[in-house]
Design a protein around this ligand. Structure first.
Ligand code: MF3
Ligand code: CO
Ligand code: CO
Length: 286
């Protein structure tokens, strides 16, 4: 009897093939993920009252290029607006901005703000994508609800990461995230999802941050994707502003997000974007 080989190709809900990567891809992602994480580490001391989000963006662009990387967001095409590519080297989303905030000379950070900085770098053709929350000023000056939201979002992301292993499903991952968020009476944003990643920025599969155990794609060693839950303190509904990018909560309550890029290994998960400085969640010891 001949050995059984898997002849089918795993596909996600939209029937797009989900790439299975080998050892050289893991090495490429380790390097790209590390540079993305180092980029956030690098700008962490800049996050204080009075700094503009444009200044943070310039520091991110310079750091990536100085280390042989290219910011993947700069010029990234808009889904529906061909003449409206993303103009900056990162996304900075303050307070009730959910994601895709555009850095600006007009946006100065103020004590009490909470913000997400999302960076994606291309290094030797491989994409590393990660985001973290930051707070402006002493943690005691941050509204209690926003502080709790940051904690819960961080724990929700890690609950999702811990669910990743061969044989588990994306429904298991989404469910783990949703459970943590909703136990705290917060809401999971439905309009944006994590994504496959590798030599392309946004690949199959689509990674929902909600779901039912046992449903969806079965995870296999060599799959790469992001886990990037956006959690709202109030309702889940969002709207996109006139610039075509900036997403805000409809009820103007705060939103938080953390993101890691991960790979499925033979026995679990490898996180490519862990902070070399140990900057896991705020407040950061700088
Ligand atoms: N880094 C974001 C993500 O996690 C994507 C930003 S695309 C941009 O997928 F064009 F808005 F920058
Ligand atoms: Co992402
Ligand atoms: Co990102």
């Amino acid at each position: 009897m001949s050995r059984m080989h898997r002849t089918s190709i795993d596909t996600d809900g939209d029937k797009r093939p989900v790439p299975i990567h080998g050892p050289e891809a893991f090495a490429g992602m380790r390097a790209a993920g590390r540079l993305a994480a180092m980029t956030l580490d690098h700008v962490t001391p800049m996050i204080r009252a009075g700094v503009t989000t444009a200044a943070i963006d310039r520091a991110i662009d310079a750091f990536m290029r100085a280390h042989g990387g290219v910011p993947a967001t700069k010029g990234y095409p808009h889904r529906e607006q061909p003449d409206n590519p993303f103009p900056a080297s990162c996304c900075i989303s303050v307070n009730h901005v959910v994601n895709h905030g555009i850095p600006s000379e007009d946006k100065r950070l103020r004590e009490g703000d909470t913000l997400n900085i999302d960076v994606t770098v291309i290094l030797n053709g491989w994409y590393g994508d990660t985001s973290r929350m930051f707070v402006v000023g002493p943690i005691e000056r941050i509204p209690v609800k926003a502080r709790r939201l940051i904690e819960v979002t961080y724990e929700a992301m890690w609950a999702g990461i811990r669910a990743v292993r061969p044989g588990a499903t994306l429904g298991d991952v989404g469910h783990a995230i949703q459970k943590v968020a909703e136990a705290a009476r917060f809401s999971v944003v439905r309009d944006f999802v994590g994504h496959g990643i590798g030599r392309v920025f946004h690949d199959a599969p689509e990674v929902r941050h909600f779901g039912k155990p046992g449903e969806g794609l079965v995870l296999r060693p060599g799959m790469f994707f992001t886990i990037e839950p956006m959690i709202n303190a109030g309702r889940a509904e969002v709207k996109i502003l006139a610039d075509g990018w900036t997403t805000v909560t409809r009820d103007r309550e705060p939103s938080a997000q953390f993101e890691h890029t991960v790979g499925v290994t033979e026995d679990g998960v490898e996180v490519f974007t862990r902070s070399p400085a140990g900057f896991e969640r705020p407040p950061y010891a700088i």
